[in-house]
Design a protein around this ligand. Structure first.
Ligand code: NIG
Ligand code: FE
Length: 410
């Protein structure tokens, strides 16, 4: 039986907004006093509530009392949500003057989280991942990318990716796994960076395919991790096997965005260090630029040049980068609201960046807009003015979260 939700004071469909470039708020399609008709987990029709009620008298009615704003379910296209331990000591050390890279070089940082994550069983990691996913879901995030990258051996990376799959039992948020075995060379591996990447591509990639564990390969291209020259053969192998690519690019130094564009990666994420050359390269490509304000806030670094990227014509998504090291907050709406004030982003640009543009970074075109045929992923906020959502900087939470046409219990 179809379901009909309404009446909704303002429904932002995000229909007709382009994938690339700057957006103004007057480009937002707003349907007032709307109903949303759902069938088989997809949106069947968005239109006038009274008319839809008459047109579909047999629909199961989910009548709302009060004033609400509906927007598509949010998509967080970059998280590291499967990890053990805490890095509170890194946070304190950074605030006392050490840099992220100095802490990593001294044996802390990512390696510390690897040691903690390796101590957990698959089932424990699944529970941790689901806990993060369910917190995100209650904040309105209905699709969540989750990277591995805290295992850093064939078996430990497999354990994490299997745990991400196992977490699906405990959450109705959709989890999209990505293999980030190329996060940094593990300290217990005696060969070179190239040897490590060769081992991963030869031994892990085929298992990822066989077990259908993930369709996406990520790499941290950075001085403390892997150089473009080291990543090129690794990405070539991944591409030949049919994986989608994404890059941790230009976080502290440039180089990664060029690799991303050269390989036709779905996205280049971070970009805090990107300059004019990198921005124009990204803007001229189909690669989605992903800003990660949570990492800028976590490390006290500047924000990615979101305004400039949009003005040059890039597709900008914004993600939480939720991880124990650089971005422990994991609150997407707070982070995008902060980025919007510093980078002067319109509400339309922010909403596009955490819905259909973020979905595009994951290679998904079936969600992120409230239009006929899209997945029925939507969230309702208790307000009559869509601008209130970002204005409250993450403190206004959705009152209803719908995933695939089912209302989640918050
Ligand atoms: O996206 N930059 C590399 N990776 C993560 C941080 C991982 C960590 O510090 O544990 C990031 O910021
Ligand atoms: Fe990251």
């Amino acid at each position: 039986m179809p379901k009909l939700i309404g009446p909704i004071f303002q429904t932002l469909t995000l229909d007709k907004l382009p994938i690339k470039g700057a957006l103004k708020d007057d480009q937002l399609e707003i349907i007032e006093k709307a109903g949303i008709l759902i069938e088989d987990g997809k949106i069947f029709k968005v239109g006038n509530w009274e008319k839809l009620r008459k047109e579909f008298p047999k629909a199961e009615i989910f009548e709302l009392t009060g004033e609400f704003v509906a927007i598509p379910g949010l998509v967080d296209c970059h998280t590291h949500g499967c990890f053990g331990g805490s890095r509170a000591k890194d946070f304190a050390m950074r605030n006392a003057g050490k840099t992220y890279l100095e802490i990593a070089e001294a044996g802390g940082g990512i390696w510390d989280t690897v040691s903690e994550t390796r101590k957990h069983t698959i089932e424990e990691l699944a529970t941790i991942t689901a806990k993060h996913a369910n917190r995100h879901l209650s904040d309105g995030v209905t699709t969540i990318e989750v990277k591995s990258g805290y295992g850093l051996s064939v078996n430990e990376e497999l354990k994490i990716l299997r745990a991400i799959h196992a977490a699906k039992k405990y959450t109705s948020a959709e989890l999209i796994p990505t293999c980030l075995a190329a996060h940094t060379k593990p300290k217990d591996f005696s060969g070179s960076n190239i040897d490590y990447l060769k081992l991963i591509s030869e031994e892990l990639f085929p298992i990822l395919k066989d077990e259908r564990l993930c369709n996406r390969i990520d790499a941290f291209v950075e001085k403390s991790a892997f150089s473009p020259e080291e990543i090129n053969p690794y990405f070539q192998k991944a591409k030949d096997l049919g994986f989608d690519l994404t890059v941790h690019a230009d976080q502290f130094s440039v180089g990664g965005s060029k690799v991303a564009v050269a390989f036709g990666a779905r996205s280049a994420d971070h970009l805090e260090a990107s300059g004019k050359k990198e921005i124009s390269l990204l803007a001229q490509s189909d690669c989605i630029s992903v800003a990660l304000p949570g990492a800028s806030i976590g490390l006290g670094n500047g924000f990615s040049p979101a305004r400039e990227l949009l003005d040059q014509g890039a597709a900008l998504a914004i993600a939480s980068d939720w991880n124990p090291g650089s971005a422990p907050m994991g609150d997407l709406l707070t982070q995008v609201a902060v980025l919007a004030t510093f980078e002067k982003l319109s509400t339309a640009e922010v909403f596009a960046g955490i819905t259909f543009r973020a979905a595009a970074a994951l290679g998904l075109s079936d969600r992120g807009k409230l239009v006929t045929g899209a997945l029925a992923d939507l969230i309702l906020f208790p307000t009559s003015d869509y601008r209130e959502i970002l204005y409250h900087q993450g403190k206004m939470k959705p009152v209803e979260v719908w995933k695939l046409g089912s209302k989640d219990v918050l």
